[in-house]
Structure formats: C-alpha cells, structure tokens
Ligand binder design. Structure first.
Ligand code: SF4
Length: 186
C-alpha cells in the first residue's frame, strides 16, 4: 500500500503519533487558514514560492496575531507542527485578524483543538478573540467541527499533492495577496 492509498487524516495521525512513521504530509495551522482563504494560495505556499516578506500585505494574518491582543498568552510548539497560543486559564486562543478572515481563524483554532485532542490526548476549549471589537467567541471541538477539520485535511492533501495550482478565482482579498501578480498580471 502506498501513501496515496491511505486516508490523509489517518496518514497525518499516524505520523504525528509515531515518529517512526515517515510521511511528507504535514498540516500546520497556517495551512488551514490558507485552505479556507484560497486553495491556490495554499498551493503556492506549499511550493515555497518566494514572495516579498517585507510587503505589509503578505503578513496580513500574522501582524494582528502578534500585536493586537494584549492579554498574557503563551505560545506552545507541539512536535514542531502546531503552535497554539494558550491563555492563563488554559484555553487555546486565536485572534481574528479582520472581519473578512473570521472563518480561516476559526478553522485554524479548530485544527489546534483537534490536534491536541487526537494526537496529544488533551481536550481543550478554544476562544476566538476579536480584539478590535473587544469580543470573544467560544469555539469547541464537537463531532461536527471535528468533521469539518478532517474534511479540510483531506482537501489540503488534494491541493498540495496536485501537480498544478487550482485556477485563480477572484476573491475580496486578492489585491492584498502576496501572489496577486501570479494570478492577475497578464
Ligand atoms: S491573488 Fe487571489 S486567487 Fe491568487 S492566490 Fe491570492 S487570493 Fe488566491
């Protein structure tokens, strides 16, 4: 049986739980965000295509993450694969970068909860923080949201294993995307 015959979710879980299982398929929290934002962007990222990291638009997701939330939180790196932020009360926090990027942040947070539960064996609650609106939203891993995460893992697998990128389709954030020129310059 080859790697391609295995359900990507099982592949990811086996290699995450057992170092002896070699697999080139890994999913980071940021990949979850890309998958939700734009599959084509995920494909470019997966190929390490160089982009201008000084461009403020490129860091649209991480800039807010580092500066817009002043409560104490600790970053936890697990197996070098996921790096959730924990609040003092133990909940996993993800910061919503902007009103157009709520769902990507939610999916990343759910992936962290899923990974902690399925790989580490620790059940955690999540909180999606909306710093500009001074609001917080509880996020939980349920049967339904775990299914959402697993569907995304399978979708990510298909995207990153594809020989060619998905076609460009116009999105509200294309103009602030690092790969804009790749998609829309003739
Ligand atoms: S410019 Fe638009 S279509 Fe192209 S990768 Fe970025 S978000 Fe996706």
């Amino acid at each position: 049986m080859t790697e391609h015959d295995v359900d990507p979710v099982d592949l990811l879980l086996e290699s995450a739980r057992d170092e002896a299982v070699e697999s080139s398929f890994h999913v980071t929290g940021v990949m979850m965000q890309y998958y939700e934002v734009c599959e084509r962007e995920l494909w470019f990222e997966s190929r390490d295509i160089e982009i201008d990291r000084e461009n403020p638009n490129v860091v649209r997701g991480t800039h807010v993450d580092e500066t817009a939330y002043d409560e104490k939180r600790r970053n936890l790196s697990i197996d070098g694969r996921i790096a959730p932020d924990l609040l003092d009360d133990g909940r996993v926090v993800e910061v919503k970068p902007s009103s157009t990027l709520v769902e990507p942040a939610r999916l990343q947070l759910l992936y962290y909860l899923w990974y902690l539960d399925r790989v580490v064996g620790v059940e955690k609650e999540g909180v999606l923080a909306h710093p500009t609106e001074r609001k917080r939203e509880s996020v939980e891993l349920t049967e339904e949201t775990a299914q959402q995460v697993e569907d995304a893992i399978r979708g990510i697998y298909d995207v990153v294993r594809s020989e060619t990128p998905p076609p460009a389709t116009e999105k509200p954030f294309c103009e602030s995307c690092a790969y804009y020129d790749f998609c829309w310059s003739c």
